[in-house]
Design a protein around this ligand. Sequence first.
Ligand SMILES: [Zn+2]
Length: 236
Amino acid sequence: TSVEYLDLLNSPDTKFNNITVYYDGLNHYASFNIETQPPEQLPLTGEHIGCDINSNKNGWLVTSEGQNEFFDVDHDNQMIKHINRLMSKCRNMSRRWKKLEKRLQKWYNKRTNQLNDYIEKLTYNLVKKYDTIVFEENYSTIKILIGGEENMMFPLSRFIKRLKDKFQLYKPEADGVQFVKAHNTSRRCHHCGYINKELKVKTRNWKCRKCGKILDRDTNAAINILNRWFNGDSLK
Ligand SMILES: [Zn+2]
């Protein structure tokens, strides 16, 4: 299915008249005949959150509440590596090679499906819990690294689009996805406003020289992002 239909398929208001599944020797396909109504809307919660996006091992998304998001595909990655190794030992295009290639494609598909599923659940849960989700402005070109040592690249713009879609569908009254300027979000102490000009990219935790607060780099950045929106500095 294309991602745009996932909300319809997941909605409790959708009635399935008919599902046809077919198999082309490699992939399974399903076609759905459905009747649907606009989904029941989610109530406003009065909760707002800032998000900092990362490409390090502390989680690809860190919130102003200190939550870190991980996506675990280690097992799939190991299988993909394993099959690649087996393939490198057989003759190109031999029968065994072709068989392994088919197996490899299955694991790639499985990994992609898991990632889509993960993104759908995460975006729904965020929209359910928060009325506003604030990011830094420079997101459209970012590819985030998700999961595992052999990381998967994922365009952040797709994640943002799925959040926007769900706000439109389930919470049209909410402020939804908002953006603020990216300037100094990591280097500024959210507690007193001091700017730490010496902060290195690798430094995960730092103590504010002015107020003494111990700061987690990503959580502090996410709080600054949220506060910028609270202060009316969101970009339109
Ligand atoms: Zn401070």
